[in-house]
Design a protein around this ligand. Structure first.
Ligand code: SF4
Ligand code: SF4
Length: 380
């Protein structure tokens, strides 16, 4: 049986967040079940890109600070880290820590921000498709890992929660290589579950005070949800998080793969919800992307895919009027099918694997995912 705690919190006022996190920890049986005084604990936050906290793309700094302070008071050493999207450089980290509000946490609390940029190769005997992988070097500096994710939608995965948050232990642009090697949703989501099972977080927290709906994980709209979720299992946390926002859990590929891999019971009978009941949140209008169109075509034979490409396949569309010509999309594109001409991106859709990294990492919200009407009709 795994526990998932739900608590209400409707603002990022420090005392309110700390109180919700304290209740969450208590609902889960107390910190002593998971970490010990003196241990080095990594808070694996979501720092996808340089966005202000109120844009709801990254884990809110007050949420992270409140959790870090609980761990510090208990006697743990706290390292805060993530390998964001795009290049993993000191300059990129500095900008992200500053804009996302993390520089300020390090000034107030006795936490350490990660500056290590290297990767190390590791074996993962229990991985289903990843038997070995390269992970961030700083993972080796800690005794325990805690996932601290943001509740958001995702263009390829529909929902990005505690499990997908662990993809940030893959350093920098190597993430794009994984996209390229595993372009099908099924393989990619299994890879995410493998990465999560390698990281094996002892606890998982989700900042759902203000989440993101619509074109997540970076181009959507902030949505007030008012929930703090915690669990001793990232797989079970994601199930309850999707139920809170009215998404059918098994429509999320990482949840389906977690079940196939044996991390979740088939009927979700192995989840004990503690704290407040799910129906405290009656959210029926949460806007999530319809990814069936992405999955539907990935199951088709190659010839059908090619013939039906334009008519049915969702595709990235670059809005040159909004584009600031930074080139981040071209740099991050796994198959390198984006070419910058006259400071504007042009894509060769023949080689596009529909990973939507370009949309995810565009700082100007200049990339939209268009779903052709025929696919909308076929998968309605
Ligand atoms: S589309 Fe976005 S990421 Fe690509 S060059 Fe323009 S602003 Fe940069
Ligand atoms: S163009 Fe965008 S969606 Fe297509 S492969 Fe490149 S990053 Fe992925």
């Amino acid at each position: 049986m795994k526990k998932v705690s739900l608590e209400k919190c409707t603002s990022y006022q420090y005392d309110a967040v700390r109180e919700s996190i304290r209740k969450t920890i208590s609902n889960l049986g107390g910190l002593s079940l998971y970490v010990q005084p003196g241990e080095r604990v990594l808070l694996k936050v979501n720092l996808l890109m340089k966005k202000r906290p109120e844009e709801a793309t990254t884990t809110h700094p007050v949420f992270v600070q409140a959790l870090a302070d609980e761990l510090l008071d208990y006697g743990c050493h706290v390292l805060i880290g993530d390998s964001p999207g795009g290049p993993f450089t000191e300059g990129a980290l500095r900008g992200i820590y500053k804009v996302c509000g993390y520089e300020a946490i390090a000034e107030i609390s006795d936490v350490t921000l990660n500056w290590k940029l290297g990767g190390v190769q590791v074996k993962h005997e229990h991985g289903v498709i990843l038997k070995q992988l390269t992970v961030v070097e700083f993972l080796k500096d800690v005794d325990k890992v805690i996932s601290v994710s943001k509740l958001k939608t995702h263009g390829m995965m529909k929902f990005t929660g505690a499990v997908k948050n662990m993809f940030g232990i893959i350093p920098g642009l190597l993430k794009a290589e994984y996209h390229f090697k595993m372009p099908e949703v099924k393989d990619f989501s299994q890879m995410l579950v493998d990465v999560c099972s390698y990281a094996d977080p002892v606890l998982s927290f989700m900042d759902g005070i203000v989440g993101m709906e619509g074109a997540g994980p970076s181009g959507g709209d902030p949505r007030e949800i008012g929930v703090v979720i915690g669990s001793d299992s990232p797989y079970h946390l994601d199930v309850i998080a999707t139920q809170v926002i009215g998404i059918e859990p098994l429509s999320v590929p990482t949840i389906a793969r977690s079940m196939e891999t044996g991390f979740l019971d088939g009927n979700f009978n192995d989840i004990e919800v503690v704290g407040l009941p799910i129906d405290t949140w009656c959210i029926s209008d949460f806007k999530a992307p319809n990814i069936r169109s992405v999955e539907f075509l990935s199951r088709m034979p190659r010839l059908v895919k090619r013939l039906g490409d334009k008519a049915v396949r969702p595709r990235p569309v670059f809005m040159h009027s909004k584009c600031v010509g930074c080139g981040d999309c071209a740099e991050a594109c796994p198959p390198h099918v984006i070419e910058m001409r006259g400071n504007k991106p042009y894509v060769n859709l023949d080689g596009c694997i529909r990973c939507f990294c370009c949309q995810e990492l565009c700082p100007a919200l200049a990339v939209e995912i268009k779903r052709p009407w025929m696919m909308k009709w076929l998968t309605r």
